[in-house]
Design a protein around this ligand. Sequence first.
Ligand code: SAM
Length: 231
Amino acid sequence: MRIDVLTLFPQVFESPLNCSILKRAREKSLVEIVLTDIRDFTTDNYRKVDDKPYGGGPGMVMMPGPVFDCFEYVRGLSTEEGRVILLTPQGQKFNQAKAVELSKENSLILIAGKYEGFDERIRSGLGAEQISIGDYILSGGELPVLVIIDAVVRLLDGALGDEDSAKDDSFSEGLLEYPQYTRPEIFRGMKVPDILLSGDHAKIAVWRRQQALERTKKWRPDLLKDEKNEN
Ligand SMILES: C[S@@+](CC[C@H](N)C(=O)[O-])C[C@H]1O[C@@H](n2cnc3c(N)ncnc32)[C@H](O)[C@@H]1O
């Protein structure tokens, strides 16, 4: 998979892309992540990428010129068209199903906004899909881009140490994950449930399923409703 990121702050990505699963996935060439600085596509001495909103109001808006030029340059780097995603709080809310869907693509182009957001012609003119990572406002699209990259890359074949770990994760089957324990067997008087020490894998699977259902009912009943609505 190739992921292109268009951003005004490529330095934000340095540490997250060079740690843990993302680092390993890049080293194993499961994914190539290419950062392109939108500011490199300005044409004036001040490298200006934003301007005041027409009609007045607070803040600055991202100008269409540098974003379009940057986008056209990035498109030209690859033979794949790439699925184009604009990060915006006004987009469709990101979830695990969307992460699975995106992990099947060969190429993604993710565009991070800043300031008061994008000039509307960027949204309409690029014909991009819009994704939000939740109903709150961040100061830029870099963290949302990283959220999407992390959620997608861990689903690529070979990215995780154990291929089954993503399968049991919360949301992948529409439920929260069952409770997990590791050593020691007793910690400050709290004991690991006997069933997990029994060695009976069939019974453990049933117990885990029950636990997953119970905690989903208790903590995230909305997930069960979503499942019913989808069926
Ligand atoms: C301060 S926000 C602009 C918000 C914009 N004025 C609005 O009300 O829709 C600046 C940039 O951060 C990113 N951003 C902020 N919150 C986000 C969210 N919840 N999901 C995705 N991107 C977000 C977007 O790229 C956005 O263009």
